[in-house]
Design a protein around this ligand. Structure first.
Ligand SMILES: O=C(O)Cc1cc(O)ccc1O
Ligand SMILES: [Fe+2]
Length: 447
């Protein structure tokens, strides 16, 4: 179990954190004065006898605006480790997702049950599905996590992609190589490819969603005619400040590589970075800071205006994956059907709910509930359920504040193939199609 005192300790730590602000910035941080070399990355001897190590998130030669790397100044170099050996993948699966065929049906799931006692974040990862190929560095995976124990003597890192963690229940303290982040429900945390981290719980039981992005790192979307401000503002992304751990006892590093979990036990903590500078950094972002842009005249805008982060693909405008949030907002459209319209989309949509309800779907049991999710694959017909359609078609169109829910979407250019556990488990709702039954014919051509 998380254990009361452990949680209290983690909470105390989480409450005292300080951050650097700004997405994609060059930040620098030293937890001991003088630990960061000045004027060069790799002096003959790094300050304090630390080891200099570069962690690259993009190829050395990628364009400047996309280039990501961080220089780490650490007690021991990461290279000082024995061989990695395969370990059990648990419920974690990776692309290519070939165990089941891609399914054109609309699918919806209830939340996962509470895991067995002693389940930590890594053991609690459960893959719903995904697309692409980890070795080609394309595509994404949708995972859920449930946990009731902090990671203690182990850390995790993902060579296959970056992790966008979306807590739905319970807070997390993320101890990363670059320092600590606190992520509560309503926040998202972004852990870049390859960064080692440990998850401590701030509540007895936690759960949430993870988008594993195998493709290009998430970036802020272009704003075009919106202008210089709006949507997710860069300054609201919080990066950690350096905080090292000095432990000369065994720590297991679990590395997800090529779709499998590998393990090597270091004789010290690999979270031993005393100072760093760079832009390959973890972040936490409060979704309630999202500056929602919408229609102030008529019609329901496409939800691309709700994009928080996008992972571009080689085709401009066509994302490997977008992370989209349906944040509290006013609806004022005149002569407008205000909830999401009926649609068939070339992109594939996985939706989750962090709290409350979503304006196109009934919430109650068996509906779209926090911790649950839905998958509307490429071209599948969906939109408001019957009750939502009836209500919204005759609602009085006065200004309405939508503030009783926080939903999100991982929207991807490739269909999502579900895993066997997602398609055969008890969480899959059997009669999801029924929500669109009973949409009456209101017009018939005369005979
Ligand atoms: O609920 C959905 O399906 C997501 C969605 C929301 C919206 O406002 C418009 C299109 C869309 O796919
Ligand atoms: Fe949709």
């Amino acid at each position: 179990m998380g254990g009361g005192t452990d949680i209290e300790q983690s909470r105390k730590t989480a409450e005292a954190l300080s951050y650097a602000t700004g997405f994609g910035n060059e930040h620098s941080s030293e937890s001991v004065p003088g630990a960061l070399p000045e004027g060069r990355n790799s002096p003959q001897r790094a300050p304090l006898g630390l080891y200099a190590e570069q962690l690259s998130g993009t190829a050395f030669t990628e364009p400047r605006h996309r280039n990501r790397r961080t220089w780490l100044y650490r007690i021991r170099p990461s290279a000082a480790h024995p061989a990695f050996v395969r370990r059990d993948n648990g419920s974690l699966r990776s692309a290519p997702f070939a165990e089941c065929v891609p399914d054109p049906n609309r699918l919806r799931w209830n939340p996962l049950p509470e895991p067995p006692d002693g389940t930590d974040f890594v053991d609690g990862l459960w893959t719903l599905g995904g697309n692409g190929d980890v070795l080609q560095r394309t595509g994404m995976a949708v995972h859920l996590y449930t946990a009731n124990a902090s990671m203690t003597d182990r850390v995790f890192s993902d060579s296959d992609g970056e992790l966008l963690i979306v807590p739905e229940r319970g807070g997390l303290l993320l101890r990363t190589e670059m320092g600590m982040l606190r992520a509560e429900p309503g926040h998202v945390a972004l852990i870049p490819r390859g960064v080692r981290f440990r998850v401590e719980l701030l509540d007895e039981s936690v759960r949430g969603y993870v988008c594993e992005n195998y493709g290009q790192p998430f970036e802020l979307p272009e704003l075009g005619p919106i202008g210089a401000n709006g949507l997710a503002n860069p300054r609201d992304f919080l990066a950690p400040t350096a905080a090292f751990e000095h432990r000369e006892s065994p720590v297991e590093v679990i590395n997800k590589f090529g779709g499998n979990l590998w393990s090597a036990t270091y004789d010290h903590s690999p979270l031993d970075v005393v100072a760093w500078h760079g832009n390959h950094l973890p972040y936490v972002y409060d979704l309630r800071r999202f500056n929602v842009i919408g229609s102030i005249s008529y019609d329901h805008p496409d939800p691309s205006v709700f994009t928080v982060l996008t992972s571009p693909s080689d085709t401009p405008g066509l994302a490997g994956v977008d992370f989209v949030v349906f944040a509290p907002r006013w609806l004022v459209g005149e002569d407008t059907f205000r909830p999401p319209y009926f649609h068939r989309n070339v992109m594939s949509e996985y939706m989750g709910l962090i709290e409350g309800a979503y304006d196109a779907k009934a919430s109650g049991p068996g509906g779209f509930v926090p911790g649950g999710g839905s998958l509307h694959n490429m071209m599948s017909a969906h939109g408001p359920d019957r009750d939502t359609f009836e209500k919204a078609s005759s609602a009085e169109l006065k200004p309405q504040k939508l503030d009783d829910g926080l939903a999100f979407m991982f929207e991807t250019r490739w269909p999502v193939t579900a895993t066997p556990q997602a398609l055969t488990g008890p969480q899959l709702q059997k009669r999801y199609d029924d929500v669109w039954q009973g949409l009456e014919r209101h017009w018939s051509p005369g005979v």
